[in-house]
Every structure is written in C-alpha cells, then in structure tokens.
Design a protein around this ligand. Sequence first.
Ligand code: ATP
Length: 227
Amino acid sequence: MVFRAFGHQPPLKPHLIGLTGGIGSGKSTVATMFSEFGVPVLDLDQVGHRLATTNDECLGYLVTAFGKKILQAEGSLDRKALAKHCFSDADETDRLNAIMHPLIWRQEEQWLSQQQSDYVIIEASVLLESGGAKRMNAVIVILADEPIRFQRVLARGRQNELDFRSILARQCDDSMRMQMADYMIENNGSLQQLRKHVLAVHRALLQSHGVESGKACGDPVQFVPKG
Ligand code: ATP
C-alpha cells in the first residue's frame, strides 16, 4: 500500500503571468502596481540589459556573432552600436534574439525557483514577438492609444520621436496583442483608474491561479477577462 506523505510534496511552481504592451503603454507602471500588491515581478528587458552589460559569457557570444565593433574602446558593450547593427536587419535581429533569449530564460528559471507566491508577473516588451508567451499560464496586455503613448514617452524624457517610431516599427500591433491576451488593461486614463483595473486583474488572477495551485483564494472576481 502506498501512502502520500503530507508535508513532503515538491513545492508548487508559481503560475507565470506575462505582462506586455507597446512602447509607452504603461507596462512598468502596471508592474510596479502589481509589486505593491505583493506580487513578485521580473522585468525581462532589464534582465537582457544586465546580461549584455555585465555577463562575460553573454558578451563573448555577442562579440563572436557581431564582431568587436559592438564594443567601446575599453572593452565593454556599446549598446547603441549593437542596436544600430542588429535592428536595421531582420536576420541580425534574429541572431541577437537567438543568443539572448536562452540566456534570459535561464535567468528567469533561476529567479522563478526562488519564488513562493501563487503567481508571478513576467514583464517583457516583446513577449509575443519572441514566442515567450508560450511559457506563460496567462498573458496581460496593456493597451493605450498611440498618441497618448507618444506623449507619455516624450514626457518621460528618455526617447525622442525617432526612437519612438523605430521601436514601434519593431513591435507587433495591438490587434495581434488583443488576440493573444487573456486579460486586457486599458491605460488611456488616470493612474488612479489604472490602479483600479490592476487590482481587479490581481483579484481575478488570485482566484484562477491561487485556487488551481491549492493556495490562497482572493476576493470574488471583479474583472471580466476578454471574451
Ligand atoms: P516602454 O515600452 O518604453 O518600456 P512602458 O510600457 O513600460 O514603456 P511606462 O514607462 O510604464 O511604459 O509608462 C510610460 C510613461 O507614461 C511613464 O513616464 C509613466 O509614468 C507614464 N504613465 C503610464 N501610465 C500613465 C497614466 N495612466 N497616466 C499618466 N502617466 C502615465
């Protein structure tokens, strides 16, 4: 006879909830709100930046693929040179992604193994374009009208119009995002309105992903997912 020993089950993995949207849609703002609700958040764009600038293995692969022209005089990565080289040519973009994505996913796995919550948020600007959505249990898409995104990005002060347009051209459009979305959050209004939407999605996620994992159950669902 076989008994199942309570207290000796392997730890349950948190559910992965992808968070994506176009440039300036409010991904980072929404991610911060989720983390204020106590949900662990991993920003894959930041992971990629960190790997490329601080990880010797990653830098080695990049130099082998693209040559020393992507390095600054003192040997560190010249991110502008890498972007200029890779983002003007689709094949080179694919090569860059083929190097970066497995390294990023390895970091994601390591981070995930340390998390104990019902669900975690994985923020990534190209989650859908990179095929990363397949690893997610559900996907949240942030939607905001392009003129509003443009104004917000310019007001943020990190990018100019040219940067905005070239990033926009490399990303998929909102109609594709909407097809892939399990939850959509509209962000054309105030931050206060946005926070209400995020809280509603948080509750819905706690209910669907907390119950399934046998852990916490949140308040009744107040947010109706797509469909
Ligand atoms: P990126 O695609 O560049 O990574 P993002 O999708 O992460 O951008 P955020 O950085 O969160 O977007 O938002 C863009 C700018 O708009 C930020 O300065 C943010 O503070 C501001 N913002 C986001 N949502 C709102 C809102 N509802 N009201 C006012 N400002 C907002």
